[in-house]
Write a protein that binds this ligand. Structure first.
Ligand code: GLN
Length: 537
């Protein structure tokens, strides 16, 4: 059983400073020194999980093996650390209150007034320690969402205060991530916002052990000294985090600044080996020195907020580096695509990816994009809704079922080639009721995907309600589209391909969630390779 140490990461001044990347980079360095590390994110909103949030609000909803719908930062944690996360790695205020209220209804607090302190804070502290109590981790890093001073964050900061006290010195520390803005007119970096945000944190009884300062310009020693003086930390505990060309540079930046060293010292951990980052740096080198460029169209309806497709774009970065290719993404709004403008809008692409999504908006444009990729033999990759669109397109334009559709889009279509499973029909609640998490899939021998995965039994993560309607399977296969991956228990179709096309694959699952720096996803690797071949044609 390990004596788990805790690192809390809070944020000050503004949101979007990249707490998730700093947490993941620190975890990477500690992992590269030989420690077992995990990262957890606490989100202060009242949704039980982000599954019911519009991607425009919160970016992508990331899904774990155990079927948790989580914050996109968990995707960064997995991509950096190459270890899976789970429901325990993401907790929201909604989930905290839900469990406290359920306990109250069961009578677990009988006779007591249920209050934020101690009941909500006890629940938060319990959730923070779930991962530590497994005994699997030397260090648990807990990222507190939001910005210090927000009303919603107060119970979390209070829980951190209590835990720091209970766990004792050298067992838990606080890293405060803050902004040091540059005033162009004065030509100066300004420390005042950081001073105020540290004061705000101290008003809640928490003093930071380390300051990580986001900045666009180098922070001089004298500014570090000033920050140290005003914020009760030592100068070496002021860490600069300068804007990076890629998020994957940040672990090296933090290494240069010695963030891992100060953390280890404060937690009284034996310093262990120097971080081993050879594989990571090899990836970075390839990522920054591509030999070729391919352009891939990403067809989606949330393209205004690119974070909605975070895992897909990161998977392209991993697969691009693997192939020593720069993957340029052309963002294409599916609502803008029509039968007439598709040849012009998709002109010059080396690959077309039709993205996941929900609802009717933009689907006709996606179907036209599929048709264009199929007819002009551009490599095509359909993910989840993208795979469903490929089935609909094939049914309409090859089988001649002109009104083929998904019952998600048209519940009275006479050809529901994509339909709800029986068990989904009686579900009335939206939250957490889709087919979620990891499911097995058996790949057919001699199929393209079998060759790509070099395996027969795979496991991939899902997040959808609708499925390929197996009553159309024989007709569709007879017309030249094959179902080459199936769930071994339910026989649900998980993969379709067109063998006569150079690269046409649709998957009902989300391969992008499992792509990491150390293990780029085989489907993305092969798709990028096919795009490269297309570009050289
Ligand atoms: N809307 C589709 C479904 O629910 C696809 C979901 C997705 O792309 N994640 O089945």
């Amino acid at each position: 059983m390990k004596n788990t140490k805790y690192v809390f990461v809070t944020g000050g001044v503004t949101s979007s400073l990249g707490k998730g990347i700093i947490a993941a980079s620190l975890a990477k360095l500690l992992q590269a020194r030989g420690y077992s590390v995990t990262i957890q994110k606490l989100d202060p909103y009242i949704n039980v999980d982000p599954g019911t949030l519009n991607p425009y609000e919160h970016g992508e909803c990331y899904v774990t093996d155990d079927g948790a719908e989580t914050d996109l930062d968990l995707g960064h944690y997995e991509r950096f650390l190459n270890i899976p996360t789970s429901q325990a790695n993401n907790v929201t205020t909604g989930r905290i209150y839900k469990s406290v209220i359920e306990k109250e209804r069961k009578g677990e607090f009988l006779g007591k007034t249920v209050q934020v302190i101690p009941h909500i804070t006890d629940e938060i502290k319990h959730r923070i320690q779930i991962l530590g109590n497994t005994g699997e981790f030397d260090i648990v890093i807990t990222e507190i969402g939001g910005t210090v001073g927000d009303i919603e964050s107060l119970p979390y900061v209070e829980s951190v205060r209590q835990l720091l006290w209970e766990l004792g010195e050298n067992n838990a520390i606080v890293i405060h991530l803050t902004l040091v803005p540059y005033l162009a007119a004065a030509g100066e970096l300004k420390t005042k916002p950081t001073q105020h945000s540290v004061k705000m944190l101290m008003q809640s009884g928490v003093s930071p052990d380390i300051l990580v300062c986001r900045t666009e310009h180098e922070i001089s020693d004298s500014i570090k000294r000033k920050l140290a003086l005003f914020c009760n930390v030592k100068k070496e505990d002021v860490i600069q985090s300068i804007d990076a060309e890629t998020i994957y540079d940040v672990p090296n930046f933090m290494l240069e600044e010695g963030l891992d060293d100060v953390v280890i010292k404060k937690l009284e951990l034996s310093s262990g080996q120097k971080p081993k980052l050879e594989v990571w740096n090899d990836f970075l080198k390839k990522h920054k020195n591509p030999k070729n460029v391919v352009e891939i169209g990403l067809i989606g309806k949330y393209v205004e907020l690119r974070d909605s497709y975070k895992s897909i774009t990161e998977a392209f970065i991993h697969a691009g580096a693997y192939n020593e290719v720069k993957v340029k993404v052309r963002w294409i709004h599916s609502e803008d695509l029509t039968i007439d403008n598709v040849p012009e809008k998709l002109n010059g692409l080396n690959g077309i990816l039709v993205a996941p999504g929900f609802g009717e908006r933009g689907i006709e444009g996606k179907i036209e994009a599929v048709r264009y990729a199929r007819e002009t033999k551009i490599p095509f990759f359909g993910i989840c809704l993208g795979m469903q669109m490929a089935v609909i397109e094939y049914s309409r334009n090859v089988l001649g079922l002109l009104d083929a559709n998904s019952t998600e889009m048209n519940s009275s279509t006479s050809n529901p080639v994509i339909d709800l499973m029986e068990e989904q029909k009686s579900i009335t609640n939206y939250g957490g009721t889709m087919r979620l998490g990891a499911w097995d899939c058996v790949l057919s021998e001699n199929s393209k995907v079998h060759g790509i995965y070099e395996d027969e039994l795979i496991s991939e993560r899902h997040r959808h309600r609708y499925e390929f309607n197996n009553s159309y399977l024989s007709k569709i296969e007879a017309a030249g589209m094959s179902a080459t991956g199936k769930n071994p228990k339910t026989n649900l179709v998980e993969v379709i391909e067109i063998p006569s096309h150079p690269w046409f694959v649709g998957v009902q699952y989300h391969p992008e969630y499992k792509s990491t720096v150390l293990k780029p996803h085989p489907l993305f690797i092969d798709f990028v390779k096919a795009a490269l071949e297309h570009s050289l044609r």
